[in-house]
Unconditional design. Structure first.
Length: 334
């Protein structure tokens, strides 16, 4: 299996559910999925006799750095299920037929492990690399064959009632083949954290630095709280139907000459904030204290993922966060 990715046994996984802030609804949905996966082996014979074999498949989509892989690993740790994170570049091959062969091999090996040891998870990172839209004129025949093979693999695993969960993660959901969308029973969309969640993430990193005996300018915490209160006040004046559109809230703040860390970090993921914290850490190690100015400079240096996503979508002619319409059901609808 290590030929195709990295296997994580529960005791080796560093992430805990409590370490991952936000995404409470997604945690709840994944909890239901993992509980069912753990119980699947004990009821599979009854399901087969009733000619019911649910598809243990989950598609996670959204910008990079929003917690798709980390949250799944944390759930695997909590429920004691080993997980293999399959890397797309290890599957795709320039040699004719090798991509399909690699795809079938990794699933067949995972199925053997599952039969011998119980539940197992295959997590296909950047699944669009092997499951992109077949109607795309730029796709070569090898990828089209890989899509067909992937569809057949999921159908076989479901038909045989093997307790092998197949997860797919993508940052480019609009490029996925429509039939692949339909094969995944559950869909979970990950998005950029709102200002409230960003506040929690920033404070979490700052407190970690503080616990490592690194001085933190208390003005950072004070300014964060004050800015959060201002944004909450503005939010209360915005119609409920528009509250998810953060850009409108910050447009009001900008008119009031808004500034601050939450204002600066629009379109930042938790991973962006973590990288900026690491950059700021180097500076604070030299001065023994992290100042507001140094932290803001680090955040500016790293930049937010949303800017890069927009740039890529402009170059490809696609809209930000574009996703296929009517190609599946959300987990709340199933």
């Amino acid at each position: 299996m290590n030929k195709y990715g990295t296997i994580y046994f529960p005791e080796e996984i560093r992430e805990d559910i409590d370490d991952i802030l936000g995404n409470e609804e997604k945690k709840e949905r994944l909890e239901d999925f993992f509980k069912s996966l753990k119980a699947y082996s004990s009821v599979v014979d009854k399901l087969r006799s009733a000619k019911i074999t649910p598809s243990l498949t989950m598609l996670l989509f959204g910008p990079p750095g929003t917690g798709k892989t980390s949250l799944t690993r944390a759930m695997a740790k909590k429920y004691g299920i080993p997980i293999c994170v399959v890397e797309a570049d290890r599957l795709v091959s320039p040699l004719l037929g090798d991509t399909v062969k690699n795809l079938r091999n990794v699933v067949e090996e995972a199925a053997v492990i599952t039969r011998e040891n119980g539940s197992f998870i295959l997590f296909f990172d950047e699944i669009d690399a092997v499951a992109s839209e077949r109607s795309n004129i730029h796709e070569v025949g090898e990828i089209k064959r890989a899509v067909i093979s992937f569809l057949q693999i999921i159908d076989k695993i479901t038909y045989e009632g093997i307790p092998l969960a197949i997860f797919g993660a993508t940052n480019h959901q609009s490029q996925l083949d429509s039939a692949v969308w339909r094969r995944f029973t559950f869909h979970l969309e990950f998005d950029f954290p709102d200002f409230g969640l960003r506040k929690q993430i920033i404070e979490s990193f700052l407190n970690r630095m503080k616990s490592a005996m690194i001085g933190i300018d208390e003005n950072i915490f004070t300014n964060l709280k004050d800015e959060y209160k201002r944004l909450q006040k503005i939010l209360s004046q915005v119609p409920a139907s528009e509250r998810k559109n953060e850009s409108g809230i910050f447009a009001i703040l900008e008119e009031q000459q808004g500034e601050g860390i939450l204002f600066l970090t629009q379109g930042y993921t938790g991973a962006d904030i973590e990288r900026a914290s690491r950059v700021a850490l180097f500076k604070s190690l030299q001065t023994d204290v992290l100042t507001m100015e140094d932290f803001q400079r680090a955040l500016n240096l790293v930049g937010g993922t949303q800017v890069h996503v927009k740039r890529q979508d402009i170059l490809s002619g696609k809209e930000l966060n574009d996703k296929p319409k009517n190609k599946g059901f959300s987990i709340t609808e199933v």
